[in-house]
Ligand binder design. Structure first.
Ligand code: MN
Length: 203
């Protein structure tokens, strides 16, 4: 049912921020593992055939209780990583522009203030989890979640996500999560975040 989406760049495209081996293992083994286990959990539930994982996470209480936790974890992992790969890219970084820049400035005061708040959320997430920029009732917000919980579970649309599980950075950064976060900004693909913002804001 669910398939691992194609990585939109080569495994070494984000070096030195994300090393090639981390990218390979993260994408093939971690994301691949979530997809595999999600498919096991959803097997036999033909009513969800062809339904995007984001839609399913948005109405998780309709999923049979026996597999709900598995769908939350592995489906969340699938959705989160599918977002993560696309909001990064080579020759990226810099700043958002247009309506997203305006909304960030309006909500957080400035782009620098937004970066600080987002980085603090990512750094402060205890253990494994994520930081997200979300659209919530047409307003921007920053949330951090444990494990593979998606903001979609709470009706929020993530438009930027940062994986702070150790598997995302340990080979290069070991325990230095702050350094990983700081460097990560230079690979953020703001054009894709802007696209996702426009899509979420229009709904
Ligand atoms: Mn991950």
């Amino acid at each position: 049912m669910f398939e691992l989406p194609k990585l939109p760049y080569a495994y070494n495209a984000l070096v030195p921020v994300i090393d090639e081996q981390t990218m390979r293992i993260h994408y093939e083994k971690h994301h691949g593992g979530y997809v595999e286990k999600l498919n096991v959990a959803m097997s036999g539930l033909s009513q969800y055939e062809g339904v995007p994982i984001e839609t399913i996470l948005g109405k998780l209480d309709t999923v049979p209780q026996a597999v709900r936790t598995a769908v939350r974890n592995h489906g969340g992992g699938h959705a989160n990583h599918s977002l993560f790969w696309t909001v990064m890219g080579p020759h990226a970084g810099g700043k958002p522009s247009g309506k997203l820049e305006q909304a960030i400035t309006q909500t957080f005061g400035s782009f620098e203030a937004f970066k600080e708040a987002f980085s603090a959320a990512a750094l402060g997430r205890f253990g494994s989890g994520w930081a997200f920029l979300v659209v919530d009732e047409k307003r921007l917000g920053i949330v951090d979640t444990p494990n593979q919980d998606s903001p979609i579970l709470e009706g929020k649309t993530p438009i930027l996500g940062l994986d702070v599980w150790e598997h995302a950075y340990y080979l290069t950064y070991q325990n230095r999560r702050a350094e990983y976060i700081e460097n990560w900004w230079s690979v953020v693909n703001w054009r894709e975040v802007e696209r996702r913002f426009a899509e979420a804001a229009s709904q």
